[in-house]
Design a binder for this molecule. Structure first.
Ligand code: NAD
Ligand code: WQD
Length: 345
């Protein structure tokens, strides 16, 4: 497509020290973008950004420790830098914690997004890539989920992201200069191939892949497989795992397409293929060269049998398609865990 405007060159990354944000910073630096990071380190550490710079062989333009809900501090960043576009990762993401502290999730995820939108508006910035989630689909019927599947969030985390999506859609309807790329990730996993960056959640991991990795490295005794009585081939729940490097590549493609035209565009990001918990355990055991011990435990409340993305829309729109499979994700997650048995600490 012919473009009349250049692609954005200075990108503000909120939550840039987090799992996906840090990989995105590498991807953007590798492709010539100026990157400005804001993060409050509520679920990350500043050391991550030194690793980002080491991998990219370039410096992040500036890093600000701030809470995105602090509009004064955020506005000062927009004053200092001529921001062309924002990639907004900063959020709380634990489904289980969101059910215990819902107000905190609405405050950070929705309040953080509206504070960001307000500040962008003040500074004439109208291009945004937003991190959404497959969990907005909730307990939709089993099968492939496309973007037309009606959202039915079943927990405060998912509801907070769905609220953000609705706010962003409304902003785009009312302000024609806005372009928002809303990416609904399924289950990002894996790590940067250098082994320097990966997933290092604070405390006990909620997610399957980091839990399996910590068992494999001896930090935890065994995995609990939550349920083996689902109506799936081996009885364990099926998810769509997508490599974090493919995920962040899609963000760079999204930035390139922010100039295509205004409005809100919503795309699933997944592999388009479902894998069961036991398949993940087997693939990780293969990657690390020894069996990952597990026990079968009761189903986790709120889990559904199967969530698999239909990723045809993003492929049609941008030609993006994932290139790495589950074995690649396990290989890279294992390399990170083996080289950093205690994470970034
Ligand atoms: P993460 O927790 O590793 O990264 C989030 C980053 O945002 C952290 O560095 C954290 O310190 C920061 N942050 C949180 N609240 C902040 C605030 N108020 N102000 C400034 N910084 C703040 O999570 P992630 O896995 O990298 O996820 C990134 C985004 O992708 C999130 O919006 C998440 O909801 C979304 N998402 C993640 C997944 C997944 O499985 N990892 C799936 C779907 C969607
Ligand atoms: C995957 C499967 C578990 C841990 C969540 C959010 C979603 C998105 C990704 C942010 C499930 C099973 C897990 C364990 C297990 N995040 N499991 N033992 O639940 O598909 O999605 O993370 O947006 O919004 O809902 O991912 O990695 O937690 O679980 O058996 O110790 O592994 O039951 O079937 P989930 P997950």
């Amino acid at each position: 497509m012919a473009r009349s405007e250049p692609v954005p060159s200075t990108v503000l990354v909120t939550g840039g020290a987090g799992f996906i944000g840090s990989h995105a910073c590498v991807e953007l630096l590798d492709h010539g973008y100026e990157v400005i990071v804001v993060d409050d380190y509520s679920n990350s550490t500043p050391q991550v950004l030194a690793r980002v710079e080491r991998i990219a062989g370039r410096f992040v333009g500036a890093v600000y420790e701030l809470d995105i809900r602090d509009r004064r501090a955020l506005s000062a960043v927009f004053h200092r830098h001529s921001v062309d576009a924002v990639v907004h990762f900063a959020a709380h993401k634990s489904v289980s914690r969101s059910t215990r502290t819902p107000a905190e999730y609405y405050d950070t995820n929705v309040g953080g997004t509206t504070a960001l939108l307000h500040t962008m508006h003040e500074h004439g910035v109208s291009r945004l890539v937003f991190s959404s989630t497959c969990s907005v689909y909730g307990d939709a019927d089993d099968g492939r989920l496309d973007e037309a599947t009606p959202p039915r969030p079943t927990n405060p985390y998912a509801a907070s992201k769905w609220l953000c999506e609705q706010i962003l859609a409304d902003v785009c309807r009312r302000l024609p200069e806005y372009t928002v790329m809303c990416l609904r990730y399924f289950n990002p996993a894996g790590a940067h191939p250098s082994g320097l960056l990966g997933e290092d959640p604070l405390g006990e991991p909620d997610n399957l892949m980091p839990y399996v990795a910590q068992v494999a490295v001896g930090r935890r005794e065994r995995l609990r497989v939550f349920g083996d009585d689902y109506p799936t081939a081996d009885g364990t729940a099926v998810r769509d795992y997508v490599h974090v490097m493919d995920t962040v590549h899609a963000h760079r493609v999204a930035l390139d397409h922010l100039v295509d035209g205004p409005g809100m565009h919503v795309y699933n990001l997944g592999l388009g293929r479902g894998r069961s918990v036991l398949e993940v355990v087997a693939a990780f055991s293969e990657a690390c060269g020894r069996p990952v011990p597990y026990v079968v435990a009761p189903r986790r409340p709120g889990d559904v049998a199967e969530l698999v993305a239909d990723v045809s829309a993003v492929e049609r729109a941008w030609g993006w398609r994932p290139t790495q499979n589950l074995a690649d994700m396990c290989r890279d997650a294992w390399r990170f865990q083996r080289l950093n048995p205690h994470g970034y600490a």
